[in-house]
Design a protein around this ligand. Structure first.
Ligand code: UDP
Length: 463
């Protein structure tokens, strides 16, 4: 896997300024925040991470940072994660439960005597309450938005508060397959997936966008060339500076912020597979699927006859601990052709020459990681920003196939064949290989991400 750490100027001895960072406690948010922390540390800033108790990062992997844990009371609701699909329920809770502990912690840090000054606070956009705290404590707040630019524009446009209930359409409704007028890239059948609580989601989105607009700047984990038109629109919508210096994970070798232990034994299994032959399947750290969907995936993988690597996170299948609901004789049929693991070193898997396609839920990190390694995708979005990312992948960038009919074995087999065996798949691979090259150019000296990082460092240094 190619990384771009050598392009980072090491200024460690030239500044003593500190940045305080506060990630949202979920894998897809912790990874980019800690990657960004490493990037800024390499540019000479000292780093303090304030974090929730829930999903707390492993501080021993970051001896160069200072960590403070705050009491989030998330354990009181964490058992609902497998059954409650309303993400805003958890996010709203955290935006209330963290206010006082966060404010006390931050005020305490600002009052500490020391030889360095705090330059700014960088918080996940999902922690919208932090803008008021930063204002009160007179500290500039920069937002890290871990989703795509396209997702923010779609969220801004969608009719959350419409009287017409477009978020609960069913297959029988005539509009189900139609494009959403407010954001024509999306169809109604996707926006029904985004949330089960449009009212709550609308309020959450409004809070996030308002507090992004009130911030001192926005950092995006994307690169300009991928989302150029959307970047122009964003720059018009948000009057604060935007910095597109991603993809963050390309600055360093594979990340160490994984909350689950990565099974590295599969790398030697991958070494034995032919080039571009393996179907890699993973639905990220929070998505859940039903037992019957799980069985359809298993049947499709057994039928397709290609090598596969399947990440089944414990608890991912609703009602199962791990693999209890696999179809009978599945492991026999799979033999050495397939591997199931609890969690993989995903960036290395995607960078491996044997990996042929990525069947993904299209979390933004997974999507970017696939783009960076030139691996075409099969898109099975579950909720929140995933349906938006998936439409960009399949319809805008044309680097993947959208699994239109959900988890159903014949449809899955057809989608895998389209990507792995058809001319259409070859064309997708060519397009995503071009994007991979563009990523590398953008991170190299003089490229757009390289330049944006320099601008960010200058900007923070000016506070
Ligand atoms: N990931 C991993 N091993 C796995 C599956 C995922 O290390 O087996 C990492 C992946 O590389 C990515 C993150 O977990 O950085 C998942 O983030 P994403 O935004 O794709 O999805 P989320 O988990 O937030 O739904």
């Amino acid at each position: 896997m190619e990384t771009h750490g050598n392009n980072v100027t090491d200024l460690r001895s030239t500044t003593h300024r500190r940045i305080i960072m506060f990630p949202l406690p979920f894998q897809g948010h912790i990874n980019p925040m800690l990657q960004l922390a490493n990037i800024l540390h390499t540019h000479g800033f000292k780093i303090t991470i304030i974090h929730a108790e829930y999903n707390s990062p492993n501080s021993s992997n970051y001896p160069h940072f200072t960590f403070y844990s705050i009491k989030d009371r998330f354990s009181e609701i964490a058992d609902q994660l497998a059954t409650n699909r309303d993400a805003t329920f958890f996010l709203k809770y955290l935006n209330e439960s963290c206010v006082h502990p966060f404010k006390n912690c931050l005020a305490g840090l600002l009052a500490e005597p020391g030889d360095e000054t705090v330059a700014c606070l960088i918080t996940d956009a999902g922690f919208y309450f932090t803008q008021a705290v930063a204002d009160e404590l007179k500290l500039p707040r920069i937002v890290l938005r871990t989703s795509s630019l396209g997702c923010v524009l779609a969220y801004d446009a969608l009719p959350w508060h419409s009287k017409k209930d477009c978020f609960h359409l069913s297959k029988e409704d005539s509009d189900y397959e139609a494009s959403v007028p407010e954001y024509p890239l999306l169809k109604f059948k996707e926006i029904v997936k985004i949330t089960t609580n449009p009212q709550g989601m609308g309020e959450f989105v409004t809070n996030i966008l308002d507090q992004m607009k009130a911030s001192s700047g926005i950092i995006w984990n994307t690169f300009k060339e991928l989302e150029e038109t959307d970047l122009q629109t964003i720059t018009q919508h948000f009057q604060v500076p935007s910095f597109t210096l991603g993809p963050f994970h390309k600055y360093f070798p594979a990340s160490s912020s994984s909350l689950i232990e990565q099974d590295r034994t599969i790398l030697s299994w991958l070494d034995k597979q032919p080039p571009k032959s393996v179907v890699y399947v993973s639905f990220g750290s929070v998505a859940h699927i039903t037992e019957s969907e799980f069985q359809e995936v298993a049947h499709a993988l057994a039928n397709i006859g290609l090598p596969f690597l399947w990440v089944v996170r414990p608890g991912m299948v609703i009602g199962s601990e791990w693999l209890e609901s696999l179809p009978e004789k599945f492991e026999e049929r799979m033999g050495d052709r397939g591997r199931i693991v609890k969690w993989s070193p995903q960036q290395e898997v995607l960078a491996h020459p044997a990996t042929g396609c990525f069947w993904t839920h299209n979390g933004w990190n997974s999507t970017l990681e696939s783009v960076c390694e030139g691996v075409p995708m099969i898109c099975s979005p579950c909720f929140v920003d995933q349906p938006v990312n998936a439409r960009y992948v399949s319809d805008a960038w044309k680097i993947g196939v959208f699994l239109e009919d959900g988890f159903e074995r014949v449809g899955i087999e057809t989608a895998i064949k389209r990507v792995m065996m058809d001319k259409e798949g070859e064309e997708m691979r060519e397009r995503i290989t071009c994007l991979k090259k563009t990523v590398n150019v953008s991170l190299d000296k003089g490229g757009s991400s390289f330049q944006s990082l320099n601008n960010l460092v200058d900007y923070i240094s000016s506070f």
